[in-house]
Design a protein around this ligand. Structure first.
Ligand code: UTP
Length: 508
């Protein structure tokens, strides 16, 4: 650990001497803690970081207008526009890769979830499903099921390792939660948690913010902190050791996430892609989702705020939005590509400035909770690596089947626990009805067939299907065909066995 004098000198050189302004008031213990916090800072980068943050916050966003173009059609696959047999081929390829232990999933779970406003990691959130399952549990069970499906299809017992990037805020509670829940039936050695770095929040003029007299206001360095974190924690070595070649990288908050989706993986592998993004059609021009496109010949995600409204509203030859490939943070990376970005390009990734309210101590030592934004948190984004891809592909999927993120607390219209719960239950009603079940609501009335288009408006009946029974709607017909089912209905493994044996009995 560097001495106090050494740190002071570095801080002086970086124009940050104010952080030691209350040193004389700190107890011995506070001083020790503060020194160890300061010693973890990358002091050589500190100056550039603070200047970069101040510049990013003051400058206008880079105009991408002149150089933007939609994704070339030949690099975009689609669930809707593909023949059933082609989808089956991709799925088979994906399952083959999974069965040969070449696929891992990587969860980005280091965020603070400030909009949702809970004090624990978002993955531990229970959106109020009949089963009370949390996001982590749903994901774990989907991993178990996809392992089983790959094994069934290709005969070899396999593992999909689960890499989980956490941060100082989420590591311990996530570890404890998994332990308390017996890793949701997964083998603990196949769940690899690692921690991303934290960086200081700064004021608009580039000064590090003190959270209290002996503590900096720190925040995780964005989901693009992945590239550093995999180097810091030797994650790539672990992947190599296990023979992992392909990764499905995803965000924690999408309740419908199709983990290690074999169709997506099979599509990317058969196109020889080094990197790929799942996308959904943007709903309307002003929708605040990033759009996957090309800018100046390289792949990029462009935020709605970065382009003119007229550009966002442009229509293509078929009448749909020209820039319609909405990014849903579901990515395919080869291990080699991840390694290339982490080793070679991390320093070139854009630092994005998020303007936030950051609690601080003022120069008199008073703790202030700001009422308006006062600070900048710098973040890197995982998708900024797309620009380094040599063979990038996109894959369009149906929003109502694959994307419903949990961002906000209830009380607003979008991306809340209620919308997430409804999306999942609506999907499961659809699956059950497609398998031939007749669903009865609380009053014993037949629930109308849940159409895709109306999915969001209908309050669904409580029909929940465990991922351990069905990964994506498959295998339900033999259990539900012609059955009248009263709701709430949870189709878990036990219920599936009962239904299975009743089918067997009636066939005898
Ligand atoms: P968001 O940008 O939605 O952030 O993260 P968040 O932390 O979940 O929520 P807010 O903005 O504070 O309300 C998208 C995904 O990226 C991960 C999150 O955990 C989520 O899966 N993430 C975000 C990280 O892994 N690290 C970060 O530093 C930031």
């Amino acid at each position: 650990m560097p001495s106090f004098e050494e740190l002071k000198l570095h801080l002086d050189n970086a124009g940050q001497s104010h952080v030691l302004g209350f040193w004389s008031e700190l107890t011995e213990e506070d001083r020790d803690n503060f020194l160890s916090e300061l010693s973890l800072l990358d002091l050589s980068e500190l100056k550039a970081h603070c200047e970069g943050a101040a510049k990013a916050a003051s400058g206008p966003s880079v105009r991408v207008e002149q150089h933007i173009e939609p994704l070339p059609e030949e690099f975009v696959g689609s669930i809707q526009r593909s023949e059933g047999s082609t989808l089956a081929d991709w799925e088979n390829e994906g399952l083959l890769q999974i069965s040969e232990n070449r696929v891992a999933v990587l969860l980005l779970a280091g965020g603070q979830g400030t909009r949702l406003g809970v004090s624990y990691p978002k993955g531990m959130y229970n959106v109020g499903l009949p089963s009370s399952k949390t996001l982590y549990q749903l994901q774990a069970e989907r991993i178990r099921k996809i392992q089983e499906l790959a094994t069934l299809k290709h005969g070899s017992k396999c593992t999909v390792p689960w890499y989980i990037m956490t941060s100082e805020f989420t590591l311990k509670p996530t570890e404890n939660f998994f332990k308390e829940n017996h890793y949701f039936g997964l083998e603990p050695s196949n769940i690899i948690m690692f921690e991303q770095r934290m960086i200081p929040a700064v004021t608009f003029d580039g000064k590090i913010i003190l959270q209290n007299k002996g503590k900096l206001a720190m925040a995780p360095d964005g989901n693009g902190g992945l590239y550093r974190a995999v180097m810091d924690n030797k994650v790539l070595e672990d992947m190599t050791k296990r023979g992992v070649e392909y990764l499905h990288i995803y965000c924690v908050d999408n309740i419908l996430v199709k983990i290690a989706d074999p169709i997506f993986i099979g599509f990317c592998v058969s196109k020889g892609a080094d990197c790929g993004a799942k996308v959904v059609q943007k709903a309307y021009p002003e929708e605040p989702v990033g759009v996957v496109c090309r800018v100046g010949g390289v792949y990029q995600v462009v935020e709605y705020s970065e382009i003119q409204p007229e550009t966002a509203a442009l229509r293509g030859p078929g009448g749909g939005l020209l820039y319609s490939a909405g990014n849903i943070c579901n990515h395919f990376f080869t291990r080699t590509f991840l390694q290339k970005v982490a080793q070679t390009f991390d320093g070139e990734l854009t630092q994005h400035a998020a303007i936030k309210k950051v609690p601080f101590v003022d120069s008199d030592g008073n703790r202030i909770k700001p009422t308006k934004p006062n600070g900048i948190k710098m973040e890197k984004f995982v998708f900024d690596a797309f620009q380094f891809s040599r063979n990038f592909v996109a894959f369009e999927v149906l929003r109502e089947e694959e994307f419903s993120p949990l961002k906000n607390a209830d009380g607003v219209a979008l991306d809340t626990p209620t919308t997430a719960r409804h999306s999942l239950l609506t999907q499961h009603c659809r699956w059950a009805q497609a398998a031939g079940a007749i669903l009865l609501d609380d009053h014993g009335n037949v629930h109308p067939t849940t159409s895709r288009e109306k999915a969001e408006d209908n309050t669904p009946v409580k029909c929940e299907i465990s991922p351990l029974v069905s990964y994506f709607g498959e295998g339900l017909e033999k259990l539900l065909k012609g059955k009248t089912v009263t709701t709430p209905f949870i189709l878990d493994e036990k219920r599936a066995k009962e239904l299975q044996s009743s089918v067997t009995l009636s066939n005898e």
